[in-house]
Design a binder for this molecule. Structure first.
Ligand code: TRP
Ligand code: SF4
Length: 551
């Protein structure tokens, strides 16, 4: 298997040329390095490998390397932040602002995540279940899916195993409060609409992108590739009936999928809306300079009412600009010079990317106020950027397009294993399964590693290391629930030396035992709910796992 270790070879995240250009010239996407390749473990950076071992040593690297944004920077825009947000467990995002704003304004929004049914659902999955349920309670259309095609093709699970685990994931999600009347649950393999969408999206996915994003090569099975386009379809599925901001809550290992889906969503759009100043198309960095020229036109224009491009070129040639803008300056000056006597005048531009002739005609028709029509683009003088975006989407949808919003994501930290190191389904004592006997859960917590000192005296004197303690994590991620005071008290008492590990673990173990007992009771109740749902959990008979098709 060649696609599990060595991230992408080349520096693209599957963007079309446009995005790459935007990045090198100063970036339309704020995230300067969104397109950097995933670096394998042991390299200078971090690996983001969806099928590898999910550990992250330093979450800060993810901001630097991949352009994930800090969640902290946006939390104030979130109407009622979940405790996982308040406690920094959800640490990063892409474009979550779009979803937060929609929820705050009671506008349509969606949330979706998926689960590979490769083992029992455990307390790490509970984070994602909770994130979905939270968004559902906040008013988002919420989707939970079983990634059975992926489990079969990328992990070699048999259909019988998949059926069994799928049921367990769904029961836990329902038991924790997912409302299946309001939201939708599905499995990839039986969702025809999803697969039609995957097929459509596949025409915007190139093998070269699979190579660079996932390190796929000649040995990668076609089914594995198909499971990737299926995940792209999952991510965009909530927008099939109506485009809307959509958040994908996942671990950071899934970020390559998020980036790819964002690209595919952008590439499928009929029109691209940009800001323009004259007939030439400036790139992002050039645009910064031309905007400045326009802002300062009083200083150089013969008639500031109708500043001329040629005069702007003369001014810009001599203006002081940061050295990083030198290339942009050369480009902008040349384009302005060529435009000569043409007035420099701000406008909103609709570029025709994938529109049919009829759709482009419809757009021209729909633009209100003063407009100018060119080969391949329309300039609007009485529309601001947001209005233009909305119009572009409307016309696209009316003319048979998807009109996708670029999907957003939020990222949560991985839980530390109870035995230290990473929490792993394959290390029994490292994790607590949602199906564990309550007493077993109790015992696992009691035997967990802690951030405590060697002796009680030292602990009283120096305090415990709550930040390095898997037991404290249990409180913060799960056991304290919504009660911030409780979580804080545990923390303060620990680092202040008032809390000793024996008692602390006893308390945590008891809470865990209670949680598991209650959860399993609710799972039993959810059986009935699940039986009523239109989801086929017995596909085994109709399929054959082909021996050797797993990688
Ligand atoms: N690839 C995900 C995992 O390994 C599962 C998944 C499939 C998913 N489709 C998705 C996650 C869509 C989020 C959104 O767990
Ligand atoms: Fe961890 Fe509790 Fe010990 Fe602190 S007192 S180190 S939180 S087990």
């Amino acid at each position: 298997m060649s696609d599990d270790t060595t991230g992408p070879e080349r520096g693209t995240d599957g963007t079309d040329g446009e995005e790459n250009r935007a990045r090198t010239d100063g970036g339309e996407e704020r995230s300067r390095s969104e397109g950097r390749r995933a670096v394998p473990d042991g390299g200078t950076g971090v690996a983001l490998d969806p099928w590898g071992s999910a550990t992250v040593d330093d979450y800060r690297d993810l901001f630097e390397e991949f352009g994930i944004e800090e969640f902290e920077s946006i939390i104030d825009e979130v109407p009622e932040p979940h405790y996982l947000m308040r406690r920094g467990v959800i640490f990063g995002h892409r474009d979550y602002g779009a979803v937060a704003r929609a929820l705050a304004n009671d506008e349509p929004a969606a949330a979706l995540s998926g689960f590979m049914p490769t083992g029992d659902p455990h307390i790490g999955h509970k984070l994602v279940f909770d994130e979905l349920i939270y968004h559902q309670e906040q008013g988002a259309d919420t989707y939970g899916l079983i990634a059975d095609l992926e489990a079969h093709s990328a992990r070699g699970m048999t259909w019988a195993e998949i059926d069994e685990h799928a049921r367990d994931y769904l029961l836990s999600l329902l038991a924790l409060g997912f409302d299946p009347e309001e939201g939708e649950l599905y499995r990839q393999s039986t969702n025809r609409r999803l697969q039609d969408l995957a097929f459509e999206l596949g025409s915007n996915a190139r093998f070269a992108e699979f190579e660079s994003i996932y390190g796929f090569d000649g040995e990668t099975s076609v089914s594995h590739m198909q499971s990737v386009v299926t995940q792209m379809a999952d991510i965009l599925y909530p927008q099939l009936d109506e485009p809307k901001p959509t958040v994908i809550p996942v671990g950071p290992d899934q970020d390559p999928h998020v980036r790819f889906s964002r690209d595919i969503a952008r590439k499928s759009r009929y029109f691209k809306v940009t800001e323009a100043f004259a007939s030439p198309e400036f790139d992002a960095a050039e645009r910064v300079l031309v905007r400045r020229a326009h802002d300062e036109r009083e200083a150089w224009a013969e008639d500031p009412e109708t500043p001329r491009c040629g005069d702007a070129a003369d001014w810009l040639r001599a203006a002081e600009v940061d050295s990083e803008f030198e290339t942009a300056r050369a480009g902008a000056v040349e384009k302005l010079e060529n435009a000569g006597m043409e007035p420099l005048r701000p406008r909103t531009r609709f570029l025709d990317r994938n529109a049919s002739e009829a759709a482009f005609e419809a757009l021209i028709e729909a633009v209100p106020g003063e407009k100018r029509v060119f080969e391949g683009h329309v300039d609007a003088f009485d529309l601001d950027r947001d209005e233009a975006e909305e119009l572009a989407r409307e016309v696209e949808v009316d003319n048979g397009g998807f009109g996708f919003h670029t999907p957003s994501s939020i990222y949560h930290r991985f839980m530390t294993g109870l035995t230290g190191g990473k929490m792993s389904s394959s290390i029994e004592a490292s994790h607590i399964s949602l199906l564990d006997d309550p007493e077993e859960g109790y015992d696992k917590v009691k035997s967990a590693t802690t951030g405590g000192r060697e002796t009680a005296e030292k602990q009283r004197e120096l305090g415990g290391k709550a930040d390095e303690c898997p037991v404290y994590e249990l409180y913060a991620y799960l056991l304290a629930g919504d009660d911030d005071d409780f979580a804080e008290r545990v923390y303060e008492e620990c680092v202040g030396g008032e809390r000793l590990c024996g008692d602390c673990k006893e308390q945590a173990a008891t809470l865990m035992e209670e949680f598991l007992a209650e959860h399993q009771e609710k799972r039993a109740e959810a059986e009935e709910l699940l039986a009523d749902l239109d989801i086929d959990l017995d596909v085994d008979g109709s399929r054959r796992g082909i021996p050797g098709d797993e990688e």
